[in-house]
Design a protein around this ligand. Structure first.
Ligand code: GUN
Ligand code: ZN
Length: 430
């Protein structure tokens, strides 16, 4: 049994539903040998009740739940920072050529290892990851995640039209390779499988049906794809699927919509699509630096919340500009501010919830991770900036826990994350 001591911040009560930031200054978290939190409270009370617990001193800085990134592409790690393009040109010129390089298994292993390490260093302990278009390269991601100990849900990315030839598959092959991967990795430790059609623009109806068949045949899988990101993309989907009333319908009509379906972007939804997403219980992964970088638009968070659509946060690397959800949280805030009266006035507690509990719920992991409640796994990061650094000064002089958290979203980077745990095991240490 260990007793962690520090300043613990989390959002067990959803701030979008009236909850507030929960803060325990000089708090304690009792964690059993399986990495499960068994008690939470003041350090002094827990220390006297559990004198034999081994102490772990995390005073100075903040301890936050591990971040949950609900949309990120592992093969695009080296694509970060390509500026000046919108979605379809960026895919053609940057993302897809790099993704084709993962046909080389040795290259894929190198990228997978760097990706998983960088994700852990960013304080991200759980992620829904777009794999590669190649079976071996997707294996490499699962193997790297298993080695480091992260909670990763991922899958083979599939498309059978509209991509460069090397990336194309067939419905039968997509099903067979997906099943092979799911049998090996779905439910193996902290890993799970995600059925991953790239987007409707790269899929025939037959391929989407094969994805739905895989989803039906492997209980508990997540489904993930892209939705309503860019005006030219939406128009192209409309032309490719003339019998469907909306972009969302291209997925829904093929049996790919449900409570553990996560769609990235949805910058330009129709009111009808929002209603369908809400009644399905699906989640939209808001990817604010990607939306800004590719000029995709300003995310209509207010319309999503008003319709009752679940929203979480995604880095969308490599269109997104980095793996840190501190940066995504800040950009989400900027975008809502830029929308003026049409935006949602976000507090630091909202940002933390988007980056933790909302993501956990989206992936069906809300009873396991996302906050520091009893019975959940100790998935956490210790935000501990170097002494005398700007963030250290900001945190030292913060007027409240909310203020300290806001300053963290404003200024923190992966370099400020000193240690990261999944189920009580260290997965990254500075
Ligand atoms: N739509 C289809 N593929 C992609 C991708 O890799 N990134 C983004 N941002 N959108 C996509
Ligand atoms: Zn994406």
């Amino acid at each position: 049994m260990r007793l962690f001591r520090g300043t613990f911040l989390d959002t067990p009560d959803d701030p979008f539903a009236g909850g507030a930031l929960r803060a325990e200054d000089d708090g304690g978290l009792l964690v059993d040998d399986d990495g499960t939190i068994t008690a939470r409270g003041s350090f002094a009370t827990l220390a006297s009740a559990h004198p034999s617990a081994v102490g772990v001193d995390l005073r100075g800085g903040l301890v936050l739940p591990g971040f949950v990134d609900t949309h990120v592409h592992y093969p695009q790690l080296r694509c970060i920072g390509a500026l000046g393009m919108s979605l379809l040109e960026w895919l053609e010129r940057c993302a897809l050529p790099e993704e084709a390089r993962l046909a080389d298994p040795a290259y894929a292993v190198e990228i997978a290892s760097a990706f998983v390490g960088a994700l852990a260093n960013a304080g991200t302990t759980t992620a829904l990851v777009f794999g590669a278009h190649y079976l071996e390269a997707t294996e490499a991601l699962f193997a790297a995640a298993e080695r480091v100990g992260l909670r990763v849900t991922s899958g083979l990315v599939v498309g059978d039209r509209g991509l460069r030839d090397e990336l194309l598959t067939t419905p039968a092959r997509a099903y067979d390779e997906g099943l092979t991967l799911a049998k090996r990795w779905h439910g193996a430790g902290r890993l799970r499988y995600a059925v991953t059609p790239r987007f409707s623009l790269s899929c025939t109806a037959e391929l989407l049906a094969a994805c739905a068949a895989l989803r039906n045949d492997v209980p508990g899988v997540v489904v993930t794809s892209h939705l309503n990101e860019n005006a030219a993309e939406i128009e192209a989907v409309r032309r490719l699927f003339p019998g469907h009333s909306s972009y969302l319908d291209t997925y829904a009509d093929h049996g790919l919509l449900g409570a553990t379906t996560v769609f990235a972007h949805n910058v330009r939804p129709t009111p009808g699509e929002l209603d369908v997403l809400a009644s399905a219980g699906a989640t939209v992964s808001h990817c604010p630096t990607s939306n800004s970088c590719l000029g995709s638009g300003l995310f209509p968070m207010r319309a999503h919340l008003a319709a009752g659509v679940r929203v979480a946060l995604g880095s969308d690397v490599g269109a997104g500009t980095g793996l840190s959800l501190f940066k995504e949280g800040l950009q989400a805030y900027f975008v809502q501010q830029a929308l003026g009266d049409a935006g949602v006035p976000l507090t630091a507690a909202h940002l933390l919830h988007l980056a933790t509990g909302a993501g956990a719920d989206a992936l069906g992991l809300g009873s396991t991770v996302g906050s520091f409640c009893d019975g959940k796994a100790f998935d956490a990061m210790w935000l501990r900036p170097q002494a005398g650094s700007p963030l250290d000064i900001l945190l030292t002089h913060a007027s409240s826990a909310d203020d300290a958290l806001a300053k963290s979203f404003a200024h923190a980077t992966s370099a400020d994350v000193a240690r990261v745990w999944v189920a009580g095991e260290v997965v990254s240490a500075r």
